[in-house]
Design a binder for this molecule. Structure first.
Ligand code: FAD
Length: 412
């Protein structure tokens, strides 16, 4: 019998697979896709995500499109861009990397660490045997094969077939946000180095972005909040209108050319309201609804929850409760509080006045600009001041990720 079955090899599942291999657990990771596979995403990596990638052994050099970001430009509804600088020469605090390449690098790293990852393997059935006893196990099948494991990690994304097969999906649950993205190449020098965000009046509290990539291209997209008065069905009509807006065209430059058609996908931001565990099954990443409710960033959260689930399984020290209870408790006393704060801030951003005021206050002085950029890119947990258990001596002074000779040399 396996120690662990991991369903899904996106960032959450791959992070869990790497940690499981390092902890000496016997594991099997299955994914219905074949890598490299695309994932509809803005491709933005926060400082939190970057530190997890570094700890997992994934380096910028293994991802060709990786673009380090130092300058962030944010506009409120008046469309005037404010500059926000991230710390320079101290490692990376934000970067953009195509998901097709990043996720492939994570899968390769998992295999290199000793994990078994099977592609083109779709979960077909899953059940918990011995429910309610101390001898619970997971019985699952994929591609006609049966597996039994002591624990499972559901890292199978927004629609989580595991959650559905276990009968835990709430009816009508279609994600808190919905977002569009499309790549453009041949863009202007500014678009290929600086990160742009516009809080457009007709998208609030959502926003419109142009995120730079190293291959002289950008990831352009927008997200809107479900139930905020916007109709998801009308997003398709809104897309050409947004792309024709002069402030975006100006940033993209006259030669910008769209790549493959745009894609759209929902974003689940309901950490603590969707199940985090079920018997011996952990839910991680989008399957746990773990994206930030204000920005829709979920890669860092996927890496963090995937790693956390395995560390709860592997580290039985100090008279802790069961791994499942420890996982729930850690998330409820940390990330879930960050997300409640982010939800409140998203309410401020929902009005023209609130959005403009927030951007103005953030850009008031050099100090507010610097700290806003670091806070926005999750250099430290959003609600760190409200959660003393997470205070560390260097919380506000930590270096970025990949602060070594190679990252300086290659300028990445
Ligand atoms: C348009 C858009 C823009 C975004 N922008 C950003 C951003 O800039 N920065 C950021 O941090 N986050 C962003 N996000 C959120 C981010 O994409 C997700 O939070 C992140 O992908 C979650 O990772 P995951 O590993 O949990 O799930 P996923 O990346 O969705 O991976 C799930 C995996 O499970 C597999 N799977 C599904 N069903 C099965 C099955 N039956 N059997 C086997 N395998 C299965 C899938 O093939 C997939 O590989 C964005 C999301 C959207 C939609």
């Amino acid at each position: 019998m396996l120690d662990l079955l991991i369903i899904g090899a996106g960032p959450a599942g791959a992070a869990a697979a790497i940690e499981a291999a390092s902890a000496g657990l016997s594991s099997l990771t299955i994914d219905k896709a074949q890598f490299p596979r695309d994932k509809c995403c803005g491709d933005g990596l926060t400082a939190g995500a970057l530190r997890h990638l570094e700890a997992l052994g994934v380096t910028p050099q293994t991802v060709p499109s990786w673009q380090r970001v130092e300058k962030v430009k944010v506009a409120g509804p008046n469309r005037r861009l404010h500059d926000f600088e991230l710390p320079a020469n101290r490692g990376q605090f934000a970067a953009i990397a195509r998901r097709s390449e990043l996720d492939h690098a994570l899968v390769k790293r998992a295999r290199q660490a000793g994990a078994k990852v099977v592609e083109n393997a779709t979960l077909e059935a899953i059940r918990i045997s011995g429910a309610g006893t101390s001898k619970q196990t997971v019985l699952a099948s994929f591609n006609g094969e049966q597996v039994q494991a002591r624990h499972a990690i559901a890292a199978d994304g927004m629609w989580s077939p595991t959650r559905k097969l276990l009968g835990l999906t709430e009816p009508g649950q279609r994600g808190e946000w919905h977002a569009f993205r499309q790549y453009f190449h041949n863009v202007s020098p500014a678009a290929s180095t600086d990160l742009h965000v516009w809080f457009e009046e007709d998208l609030l509290p959502g926003y419109f972005w142009a995120f730079p990539l190293a291959d002289n291209s950008v990831n352009v997209g927008f997200g809107i909040q479900r139930g905020s008065g916007h109709r998801i069905q009308s997003m398709k009509r809104l897309w050409p209108d947004l792309l024709s807006r002069s402030h975006l065209r100006e940033v993209l430059g006259p030669d910008a050319t769209p790549e493959a058609p745009h894609k759209a996908w929902p974003i689940p931001a309901r950490l603590g309201r969707a199940p985090l565990t079920a018997g011996p099954v952990f839910f991680v990443g989008d399957a746990a609804g773990a994206t930030d409710p204000m920005t829709g960033e979920g890669i860092g959260q996927a890496l963090e929850t995937g790693r956390l689930a395995v560390s709860c399984l592997a580290d039985r020290a100090r008279n802790r409760p069961s791994p499942m209870a420890w996982y729930e408790q850690t998330l409820r006393s940390g990330m879930a509080i960050d997300h409640r704060l982010a939800e409140q801030l998203a309410r401020v951003l929902a009005t023209r006045r609130g959005a403009q005021w927030s951007v103005n206050v953030a850009g008031l002085t050099d100090w507010t600009s610097r700290n806003f950029a670091r806070w926005l890119f999750e250099d430290y947990p959003r609600a760190v001041l409200a959660t003393p258990t997470r205070w560390r001596r260097n919380t506000f002074k930590a270096d970025g990720a990949f602060y070594d000779f190679r990252s300086v040399e290659y300028g990445r």
